[in-house]
Design a protein around this ligand. Structure first.
Ligand SMILES: *Cc1c(COP(=O)(O)O)cnc(C)c1O
Length: 810
């Protein structure tokens, strides 16, 4: 990629005259690819303002910044190009960049399936075209421009996703992508928020197609009315569609489709059985037909379609390694992204990359591998393992490279014990079968996992943040292993979001976080006297709730000669759990007066019923008492501590009492205490398992312990390896609860066992090893909690530590 001065002329700034050129456009301050030939766009997000990172970027060698303002302390230190809106400038640059390439360009939009269709089309069309595509699911107002910069002069086909959440956005994406072929995948309910009606949303989406030669979609007269181009339609129901699927026959994990096209019947077999995959495959078939690929070729290629993993996954590896699994794609653009992702996993300093031959770069091999070498060196990769004839040749003189001709010889010859305490990126083209390497290096655990969506966590955080004044600080409670979700990984994401404080219950939890490298201030709610020393050693700030506890701490501080060590005073205003009561305040003041060993960093209290409006009077009384006591402390001690009393529901219901800080807990994990609140939150954790076995049980037989479920007619039963020892309550068994299998409800039959449970799949199309959702979107933890007469907090924090946690970001 080259950003020439001609392209720069598209920006309303005067860089173009200087004859400058750039070969990298970046918005990510953490990328190691930033350097002196980078043009860096300082975007302003809801929470992150990249202008804050300019100084550190200059240290890394970046010299050219597109900014909305020039921060005082970096003035004169680099070249700044001021624009009104950096996102718009980035988009305009991408538009100008795309203008140079008049290639066939496919744009895909729709509520679901965009990424799958894009990846499949890439696979299906690669034999005929040199394809460039959006990496991962880069489909936003920023993701699309960044994708566009991946095009070079050798590409003959572009495939880009476009996703929108607000009105007016699609028009911008259309101008950047400049598509010639439009694809409308599924129209579901996702991302409805920014639109008043479905019709409005469809109209907006159709903006993408306005200059296309054709739009490919499922036949639907109502939607077609809004499509501004000719259409190429498919349908499982309507014989008038261009491509009509006459029948589908599912058998042994495959489906045979009988397809009518131009009055002729064809048969294709695809390796999926679920409806969504079938629809996505048919969309791809239509695209190939439109591009004049013959049916014989289509049949052959679609039979080889595969499930794709859309996102980069960080997995727990053997010997305390962290694996980044990217074992299904190998192209230059996605290598760049994977290396950035690798850099963000700061768990280990040592980094290994296992990489196969690279295809579809659009560059000639020489140039390609020179760029790859440069990229690997920029990212400080300590060990590079190449697999494949070509890459081995080109990288053979690079230091720290170990080469293998194929995956099998790597698997046979390489000692896995040499992987230890490091992050390993596994990146290979699909036909290299790097999934076998992942299996080898992955820590073997149960098939039950708790998946944690860090993007959803961020979105929930932003939801509460926007309810507060910009100056109000936020403490996020990560006690009890991040409400069961994970300690370090959650804390790391929160540190990235720049939260002001983390809250843990016990010193040990805080120590774990410090050892893992978390530097955010941490408050400890239950500081035991025996842990005071360790807390000081690890820079943890204790909550002080009693005269005796405080006296001991001050003594220790004196002994250690500490100066103004931060402590937090807890006031009991009505919860009656921990804290100083009103009548103790005078004594407290006496203890703290003229005392420089400790410093009151904050004063706080906890509401007992912030989630229940019926207790509004009581809550206001608590707040009133809090205010009175904090005033007294401030006046007598001449201090101005941070004050905080609101928890999650407090922020939702009583935001006007935010004082200088709030303590956010359950909400960030995606659980609201009211329906209204829940509506605004995204689901963070999904507990998943698989079907171990399926059997048929006959009339008069019974299922599970104590013959609790009696079978009245023959049934198909699936056994799932998760039980009460994993945190699934027995109260959720015996037909009260259910799991979701292939989007359908499967009722739990009989008693939940210690490590297993059985469900009814008589009317559900499923197979052994299929995925099972225990909770997530559906059923939601709040539903389980209510059936089990408890609260979601208890369900979440009861998920056993033997359940593996997987964290992901898009
Ligand atoms: C757990 C806790 C919170 C957070 O409560 P949520 O209801 O999860 O928001 C806040 N403050 C204190 C003292 C807590 O113990």
């Amino acid at each position: 990629m080259k950003i020439t001065s001609e392209i720069l002329a598209s920006l309303p700034i005067h860089i173009s005259h200087s004859g400058l050129e750039f070969d990298h456009v970046s918005i990510d301050s953490r990328s190691l690819q930033n350097g002196n030939s980078t043009l860096f766009f300082c975007l302003k997000g809801q929470n992150n303002d990249a202008h804050n990172f300019i100084e550190s970027l200059i240290d890394k060698g970046v010299q050219h910044f597109v900014v909305e303002y020039i921060p005082e302390k970096v003035k004169e230190k680099a070249h700044f190009y001021t624009v009104e809106n950096t996102t718009t400038a980035l988009q305009n640059l991408a538009k100008a960049y795309k203008n140079q390439f008049q290639i066939e360009t496919i744009a895909i939009t729709g509520s679901n399936g965009k990424t799958i269709v894009k990846e499949w089309l890439n696979f299906l069309l690669s034999p005929d075209f040199s394809v460039v595509r959006s990496p991962k699911s880069f489909n936003s107002q920023v993701g699309v421009p960044l994708s566009i910069f991946g095009i070079n002069e050798n590409h003959t086909l572009g495939i880009f996703e476009a996703g929108i959440s607000l009105r007016g956005e699609m028009q911008k994406l259309e101008q950047i992508i400049q598509p010639t072929i439009g694809i409308f995948t599924h129209l579901g309910n996702a991302h409805q928020e920014g639109f008043t009606t479905v019709e409005e949303k469809i109209k907006e989406k159709c903006e993408l197609f306005k200059n296309c030669n054709i739009t490919i979609l499922e036949k639907n007269d109502w939607i077609e009315r809004h499509i501004p181009t000719s259409t190429f339609t498919w349908s499982f129901e309507d014989p008038n569609a261009d491509v009509f699927i006459l029948s589908k026959d599912r058998n042994n994990q495959k489906t045979s489709l009988e397809i009518v096209y131009k009055k002729e019947k064809h048969k294709v077999t695809i390796p999926f059985i679920d409806d969504i995959s079938l629809e996505n495959t048919v969309t791809c078939i239509c695209t190939l037909l439109y591009l004049s690929v013959d049916f014989k070729t289509i049949t052959e290629r679609v039979s080889k379609l595969y499930n794709i993993e859309i996102r980069l996954q960080a997995k727990k590896g053997i010997n305390n390694c962290l694996l980044i699994d990217d074992s299904f794609s190998s192209d230059y653009q996605s290598l760049k992204i994977a290396l950035d992702f690798l850099e963000q996993q700061k768990l280990h300093l040592k980094k290994t990359v296992i990489i196969s031959d690279i295809f579809q770069s659009g560059l000639n091999v020489n140039e390609l591998y020179n760029n790859v070498i440069k990229l690997l060196q920029q990212n400080n990769i300590q060990r590079i393992i190449t697999i494949g004839e070509t890459i081995g040749q080109y990288l053979k003189d690079v230091p720290h490279v170990i080469s293998f001709t194929n995956t099998q010889s790597f698997l046979q010859q390489f000692n896995t014990q040499s992987f230890e305490n490091e992050t390993v990126l596994i990146k290979g083209a699909r036909n290299f079968h790097f999934d076998e390497i992942v299996v080898l290096l992955e820590e073997k655990v149960h098939e039950t996992v708790l998946e944690i969506n860090l993007d959803a966590l961020t979105s929930n955080y932003n939801f509460y943040k926007q309810k507060l004044k910009p100056t109000t600080k936020i403490m996020v409670m990560v006690k009890a292993f991040g409400y069961g979700n994970g300690g370090y990984e959650i804390a790391k994401q929160l540190a990235h979001l720049k939260v002001d404080y983390l809250g843990v219950a016990f010193a040990d939890e805080g120590i774990e976080l410090r050892k893992a490298g978390i530097t955010t201030p941490i408050m400890v709610l239950n500081p035991e006297i025996s842990s005071y020393n360790a807390m000081i050693a690890y820079d943890l700030e204790p909550e002080m709730y009693s005269i005796s506890g405080l006296t001991s701490f001050i003594e220790l501080a004196k002994e250690k000669n500490l100066n103004t060590y931060p402590i937090h005073l807890k006031i009991d205003t009505g919860m009656h759990r921990l804290g100083f009561e009103k009548h103790q305040i005078a004594e407290l003041i006496q203890l703290l007066q003229h005392n420089n060993f400790v410093k009151v960093a904050s004063v706080f209290s906890h509401l007992s019923a912030s989630d229940n409006k019926d207790f509004k009077d009581f809550t206001l009384k608590q707040i009133g008492l809090f205010q009175e006591i904090t005033d007294e402390l401030s006046n007598e001690l001449k201090i101005q501590p941070i004050r905080h009393i609101l928890n999650t529901s407090g922020i939702f219901n009583y935001a006007e009492y935010q004082f200088e800080m709030v303590r956010l807990g359950i909400g960030i994990y995606g659980v609201g205490n009211s329906n209204e609140e829940q509506q605004s939150l995204q689901n963070v954790s999904t507990l998943k398992s698989i079907i171990s076995q399926i059997r048929t049980v006959n009339t008069n037989d019974s299922i599970g312990y104590s013959r609790k479920f009696m079978v009245e007619k023959p049934m198909r039963i699936a056994t799932i390896p998760i039980g009460y020892a994993d945190g699934i309550r027995r109260a959720w068994g015996n037909e009260k609860g259910y799991v979701t299998i292939n989007n359908q409800k499967a009722t739990i039959l009989g008693n939940v066992c210690m490590d297993m449970l059985m469900v009814d799949v008589t009317n559900i199309f499923c197979n052994e090893r299929d995925e099972v959702i225990i909770f997530g979107e559906n059923p939601h933890v709040t539903e389980i909690a209510s059936v089990c007469s408890t609260i979601p907090y208890e369900i979440l924090t009861s998920i056993s530590q033997r359940v593996k946690r997987i964290f992901y970001k898009n």
